[in-house]
Design a protein around this ligand. Structure first.
Ligand code: PMP
Length: 443
């Protein structure tokens, strides 16, 4: 495989897929250089087509908490696949995975499976509107809940990278019932409820916002949202697509001790296969068809192969010491990154919750709200990313995305990733010479 083969494949990809990708941030639009194709993944590594190995800190954007191709997950998938790929009828694997999910989220009694995180939040919002009979949805600036029309407003993830707050193709009428609030601001939430509380069906939030950097929220703020929802008869939806099974078996619901009305999960719950789910108390979930009037369906929902991958993953995560290990590896990477920033004299900090980390390239206190993220960090990151990749570590191709550590990473892998950042920072032109914000941004 030569460089010209790679360039030719990239050209073919761009000829047949918009931007050459199936999801925008993969196009490397916000960083320098061209995206390598990934040929395979093994444990903590991805390999490009030339066989070059990278320590993977993206981990497929979160699902691969056990690393790539964990033998027990692969075996579970192979065994399930041999018995048929999809039935369009209920299979035992759905029951087994639902039971495991509910053990970890004891406030809930029922689960509805989907094929993605987007579908999980979409279903949860529809259910909330159907169950309350109210029209309005509240979301927070910088939080991303998938590409659901009503929630595709001032989102994070690819939208932040794109440099546009919202998507074209979503008519204003579709988002007229969406209220967007700043994170970390009790007063703004109180004021909205004072005016429109009776119309609000649901407050949707990533309790650990991880799609516009890692905007750790104060517990008091999340508790305030819970209290407002309870007082005004609105539902609280925790979008735990990233945090679920990641920061604790029961995600932020467990960590905060707050009881939401609905939780959406995805990523880890499918063990690398396309799965999402939403869950809640029986009386609420039973409003879904076929028992209730709120329609939700899916040809591949509850897919037997995906259910097997999710079950194997959750079972492996239940081994004693797993989360302590993930936390220790996360702490090691944070310390390594912090040392790299200090050695380079680069202002910044590392925000970390367990095995989720954000390299925050701005001085002062780490931001807790989207509008407090300085754009210079993204400009600096564009050049840094290419250098870190060249040094053998695969970081997210966007300053707004977080890094994930898996149980497959060794201490040596973590140290190599920190050394790659140090090498990248050392090579970087000074911050003052960094390109202006916005340069190179494309979908
Ligand atoms: N919610 C959150 C918090 C997410 O991070 C994501 C995806 N990164 C989604 C929802 C959408 O999930 P999916 O990409 O599987 O549709």
């Amino acid at each position: 495989m030569s460089a010209s083969d790679e360039a030719a494949l990239l050209a073919r990809a761009r000829a047949v897929m918009p931007g050459g990708v199936s999801s925008p941030v993969r196009a490397f639009g916000a960083v320098e250089g061209e995206p390598p194709f990934v040929a395979r993944g093994q444990g903590p590594y991805v390999f490009d087509r030339a066989g070059r190995r990278y320590v993977d800190l993206v981990c497929s954007w979160g699902p691969l908490i056990l690393g790539h191709a964990h033998p027990a997950v692969v075996e579970a998938v192979q065994r399930a696949a041999a018995d048929g790929l999809t039935f369009g009828a209920t299979c035992e694997g759905e029951v087994l995975l639902a039971e495991r999910i509910l053990e970890r989220f004891p406030f809930a009694q029922k689960v509805r499976f989907t094929s993605s995180g987007t579908e999980a939040t979409m279903g949860a919002v529809r259910l909330a509107r159907g169950a309350t009979g109210r029209p309005r949805v509240v979301k927070f600036e910088g939080c991303y809940h998938g590409h659901v029309d009503a929630l595709l407003v001032k989102g994070g993830s690819g939208l932040a990278t794109f440099g546009r707050p919202s998507s074209a193709g979503v008519p204003e009428a579709f988002t007229a019932l969406t209220e967007v609030l700043p994170l970390d601001d009790e007063q703004a939430a109180s004021e909205l409820f004072a005016h429109k509380g009776r119309e609000i069906a649901v407050v949707a939030i990533e309790p650990m916002p991880a799609n516009a950097g890692l905007l750790e929220q104060r517990l008091a703020f999340l508790q305030h949202l819970r209290a407002l929802c309870t007082r005004h008869g609105a539902l609280l939806l925790f979008d735990e697509v990233i945090s679920g099974f990641r920061v604790a078996p029961g995600g932020m619901t467990e960590r905060t001790g707050i009881t939401p009305d609905l939780v959406a999960v995805g990523k880890i719950v499918g063990g690398g296969m396309p799965v999402g789910a939403f869950l809640g108390p029986a009386a609420l979930m039973d409003q879904l068809a076929p028992l209730g009037p709120v329609y939700h369906a899916g040809t591949l929902s509850g897919n037997p192969v995906a259910m097997a991958a999710g079950r194997a993953t959750l079972d492996l995560l239940a081994a004693p010491g797993t989360y302590e290990r993930l936390d220790a590896l996360g702490a090691r990477l944070a310390a390594g990154w912090q040392a790299a920033l200090a050695a380079a004299g680069q202002p910044g900090s590392v925000v970390r919750v367990g095995s989720v980390l954000w390299l925050c390239l701005q001085g002062g206190e780490a931001p807790r709200a989207f509008h407090r993220i300085a754009p210079q960090g993204a400009a600096l990151y564009g050049g840094l990313h290419r250098r870190v990749l060249a040094a053998g570590t695969w970081m997210a191709p966007s300053a707004y995305e977080v890094a994930f550590v898996s149980t497959a990473h060794s201490e040596a892998d973590i140290d190599a990733a920190a050394a790659a950042l140090a090498a990248g920072l050392a090579e970087l032109p000074s911050a003052a010479a960094a390109p202006a914000p916005g340069k190179g941004r494309r979908a």
